[in-house]
Design a protein around this ligand. Structure first.
Ligand code: HEM
Length: 521
């Protein structure tokens, strides 16, 4: 009897599970959108859910099955998602009809965690008001004013390279670059010295926080996709993506800086000053996102509290260092493999230093077109956000006539666009020349999007360019790079990463340049 009951219970459970995990699988068929047959529970992303494959690579393969289709239906686990690979439709979604797609993901759940209240995750009025108030931090004039801090960090990087390469010329380049970019964002955004480039016997607290934010354990990965695919289940089970200790650390950091400035904005005009300004008032004002639809000039007020401010603070720290460190290290990796390109980059740096009395100045952002092209090309091959997401906030009909329901996940396949030979001939080769003046004009709009696009484009793009270019100059001033015996032949990305994170260490050999090698000395 008990056995029979158990079998009935098991059968009902299995049936329910099967029903729930497949009930959406007709979604694309009835809408006449091409799609690949999904698997129960896993949809089209089985190997990602099982942590065997990097998600954007699966999207890339799906796109390759339908190279000429502008829109492809997919099943992200059990949930339908729309892959948009046509540049014209990408333009509509991210610019023209942005209002409908102003959310990044799981809009109804972004207030469930303090950290996901930052502008990266937020949507609607909250996103709009915060973005409007943070944008003035990133003007060219602001970048120029804070360049002396970057210059200081780049000198520290030179010293760090000397110290590290004395111990061994083989250095793991990603952690090296993270020490530099973390110091840059620490001093520019928060006015603190992170000391990440100094020798210290105890673990650096900023490095520990960085590792906690970007932790790429299996548990974190499972949480990440469960939240993205089934947010209601995720939050009803009481889970969070980010541990509370991150918030405590950054709250303490901000209070420390506030106290050192006696709670008054200084003349540094940095992120902390802006936060102090915002703190003076109970509310911050900005335009309502609905104005984009109605054309009205409605204003909205957002309550300013410590949680909201700390959430932005964590984001700036995280986005400020990890993305640039990965980009710098992958640019160096490609240059180690492409010595001819490296020689050109070094010659350009030498000429620059010669013109500027061997000092790195703000002009480096405009005066190093070849080095910049190398970074751009590395970002093409290895975009840090390899799938950009948007989520529909109201029902909407695309110009193609396809009707989409509120909540639809939109996946913009950055990795596929960047690796599509139709847009980038010899797409798998590192060819910085494609980003030089005339060649660059041949790149079709909305196919090269390493910093995203439209109104949600990366707010820190100028800062990123400034610190990566300064870092490259500091490095090539005295060193060049070669592959080491254990440098990977190709880069694979970790399926567990929150952004594109190489799955192995990238060791490079740092060779000190002799003075006679340096051009125009
Ligand atoms: C090489 C370095 C970087 C890359 C490749 C990069 C890339 C991106 C991308 C692809 C997005 C999403 C854009 C979209 O959805 O259309 C983004 C958003 C963002 N990035 Fe960056 N980023 C970098 C550096 C930085 C830095 C240095 C900061 C800050 C100091 C920063 C702050 C942000 C913020 C706040 C957002 C959210 C913008 C919004 O949703 O309104 N990023 N970034």
């Amino acid at each position: 009897m008990i056995l029979q009951l158990f079998i009935i219970f098991l059968s009902i459970t299995l049936f329910l599970l099967y029903y729930l995990s497949t009930k959406n699988f007709n979604y694309w068929k009835v809408r006449n959108v091409p799609y690949l047959k999904p698997l129960p529970l896993f949809g089209n992303y089985r190997d990602y859910i099982l942590l065997k494959e990097w998600g954007p690579l699966i999207t890339y393969r799906i796109c390759k099955e339908f190279p000429k289709e502008p829109l492809i239906g997919a099943f992200y686990g059990t949930e339908p998602s729309l892959i948009v690979q046509d540049p014209e439709i990408i333009k509509v979604i991210t610019t023209k009809d942005f209002y409908y797609f102003n959310s990044r993901e799981v809009a109804d759940y972004t207030d469930k965690e303090i950290i996901t209240q930052n502008i990266f995750f937020a949507h609607g009025d909250k996103w709009k008001v915060v973005r409007q108030n943070l944008t003035p931090l990133f003007t060219s004039a602001k970048m120029k004013n804070m360049f002396y801090l970057i210059e200081k960090c780049s000198r520290m990087l030179e010293k760090l390279l000397d110290e590290e390469s004395t111990t061994s010329p083989i250095i793991e380049v990603r952690s090296l670059m993270a020490r530099y970019t973390m110091d840059c964002i620490g001093s520019c955004a928060f006015g603190v010295e992170t000391n990440t480039m100094k020798k210290c016997d105890t673990p650096n607290p900023y490095t520990i926080m960085g590792e906690k934010i970007f932790e790429n354990s299996s548990t974190r990965a499972i949480k990440l996709y469960t939240r993205a695919m089934w947010p209601a289940v995720f939050y009803s089970l009481g889970y969070q993506i980010f541990p509370n200790e991150i918030i405590s650390f950054f709250k303490k950091l901000l209070i420390g800086v506030f106290e050192s400035r006696q709670y008054k904005p200084s003349n540094r005009n940095d992120f902390v000053d802006l936060v102090l300004n915002l703190k003076q008032n109970e509310f911050v004002t900005g335009d309502s996102i609905s104005n984009l639809k109605t054309g009205e000039g409605k204003k909205v007020h957002l309550e300013v509290n410590d949680d909201l401010l700390t959430a932005q603070c964590v984001l700036f720290f995280a986005a400020g260092y990890e993305t640039s460190a990965t980009t710098l290290s992958l640019t160096l990796y490609e240059l180690a493999k492409n010595q001819e390109a490296q020689l050109k980059a070094i010659a350009e740096v030498d000429e620059y230093l010669h013109r500027h009395g061997r000092k790195i100045e703000y002009d480096c952002v405009n005066e190093l077109p070849y080095v910049e092209a190398c970074i751009d090309e590395a970002l093409r091959l290895y975009p840090v956000l390899s799938t950009i997401t948007r989520e529909l906030v109201e029902d909407y009909t695309l110009p193609t006539g396809l009707r989409l329901d509120k909540g639809m996940r939109i996946h913009i396949p950055v990795y596929r666009l960047h690796h599509n030979p139709e847009f980038f001939p010899n797409a798998e080769n590192f060819l910085p020349e494609r980003f030089l003046a005339n060649e660059r004009e041949n790149i079709k709009p909305f196919t090269y999007i390493p910093f995203g696009l439209g109104q949600r484009i990366c707010i820190g793009m100028r800062f990123a360019k400034m610190q990566t270019l300064a870092g490259m100059v500091a490095l090539f001033k005295n060193y060049r790079v070669e592959t080491a015996s254990d440098t990977p032949d190709t880069i694979k990305f970790d399926p567990r990463g929150i952004i594109s994170q190489p799955s192995t260490k990238i060791n490079l050999k740092f060779v000190r340049r002799h003075d006679r090698e340096k051009h125009n000395m």
